[in-house]
Design a binder for this molecule. Sequence first.
Ligand SMILES: Cc1cc2nc3c(=O)[nH]c(=O)nc-3n(C[C@H](O)[C@H](O)[C@H](O)COP(=O)(O)OP(=O)(O)OC[C@H]3O[C@@H](n4cnc5c(N)ncnc54)[C@H](O)[C@@H]3O)c2cc1C
Length: 505
Amino acid sequence: MVTRSLKFWASSLLYATLLRECHAQQSDANIGSELGGKLSSDASIYFPGSALFNNATARWSQFGKPNISVVVEVANKYDVVETVKYATAHNVSFIAINGGHGNIDTLENVHNGIEIWMHKLNSVQISAKGDTATFGGGVLSHQVIESLWASGKQTVTGVCDCTGFLGPALGGGHGYLQGRHGLIADNFVSLEVVTADGAIRTVTDKGPESDLFWAMKGAGHNFGIVTSFTQKIYDVPNNGVWSFVKHTYTQDKLELLFQYLNILGNNGRQRVDVMYWATINRNTDVDPVNPVIDIFVLQEGVETMDAEVSLSLLNFAPAVTVTHSGPYVNISTWTEFNIGSRACDKGDEGPQIARFPINLKSYNLEALRSAFNTFAQVTANNSALTHSTIMLEGYSNQGVQAVDEASTAYPHRDDTILVSSVIISMTAADRPAAMAFGDNLRDIFHTGTGEAEKHVYVNYASGDESLESIYGYEPWRKNKLSTLKAKYDPENRFGFYAPIPAAGF
Ligand SMILES: Cc1cc2nc3c(=O)[nH]c(=O)nc-3n(C[C@H](O)[C@H](O)[C@H](O)COP(=O)(O)OP(=O)(O)OC[C@H]3O[C@@H](n4cnc5c(N)ncnc54)[C@H](O)[C@@H]3O)c2cc1C
């Protein structure tokens, strides 16, 4: 079995990238006159030094930051077409940017690139029948959630208000409603996509380019820029009421807690109305010496969480407990994924944040303790990596598993737990140590699975993973993705987010 890392493909792009960089520097001076005249009156072009350039290029993490020399703020799909054509004609790198939260290191292969800033494409149109809605390709998650909520509707979204909607969706997209309705991408009805040749293609499950539709549902960053999309939407059940609890525990409860979470996980049949995530992090108010464990639980449809769910967690004697209940739209505030929270903080400078994800089906308690001990050791004594955290997400999965795995590019439907070590360092100098730490933690979890394959969620990938671990190990899947890459993007213009080689992998 041939395993090639993203690094290999990134380095094979080096020559082309250098060439593009050289052209970019020459073309920056001309872009205003050459491209500007072809854009709509609501579009703009920004250069370094302007406040809007800084705003457009601000990142959640400096790890995985593309190097941008021009921002094109597009106002409609034709602006996207013209910008893609301009960039390809001048051999300049370009990248669509929406929420600015992507942090895979292959984005750093954008040198002197054009950022296609999508945020003005934020229209929302609910169908007369009320079962679908059509959105602009630059909507953020909170814009989707709030606009649907106002009409008594909802759909699957990511959990953070300020990520783009499509950034998560193009990699599959996990969220609280996936137990009921599948991944975000499972709810695509149609996508309008600008491909590398500048064509606007409307793709659906049954249309002539259903192969591209398939690819966009899990490997979508590789194939084009989505300018609008139509999504299945649903009536809000139970008046949209949810309950929430966050417990903080000292480390001696680690095994008890995750044994309980294994029971809650129920061999991949976790209750559809209950989901949780846990973090291992430092909180010196609770324990000045050891990391602590936070467990966050959500239950749909009730103001007071079922005793079956809440009592065990209370019996494990948390050091701190916080509870909330209320409407679905308030969840991001309870969980601190709302606008204004640290999760939505972006800047030109700031922390380097890399994730080292691995999917699981259940927790191996020995591996978990080993990872905990490693985490405790490396983050001790105010080390450079002390703000890191291990995140363990357990959303219900029925809706995800109900979709035939072969029917989308998303490859890992039987995995029910997303573990990601989120390694945070304040300087680039700490990057080698951060990478080694993250990889070590991931290896511990992987060894604990007892499986040869390592499954990784593309949207959490740091960039040093094998393509198989991200896109799937089945030969037919790899062949299909490379064949489609050769068909729709033979020159690898969309080659900056876990790039798939046209030549096969
Ligand atoms: C705080 C936080 C919370 C998260 N929560 C979730 C979650 O709940 N569920 C989940 O699945 N993931 C989640 N993620 C991971 C998330 O899916 C990725 O970080 C994703 O890349 C963010 O998209 P963005 O638009 O914000 O980022 P950007 O950096 O703007 O975009 C990321 C990439 O998406 C592509 N892209 C963006 N817009 C378009 C478009 N219109 N057409 C084509 N390509 C496009 C580009 O390749 C771009 O490089 C979270 C990440 C963070 C940091």
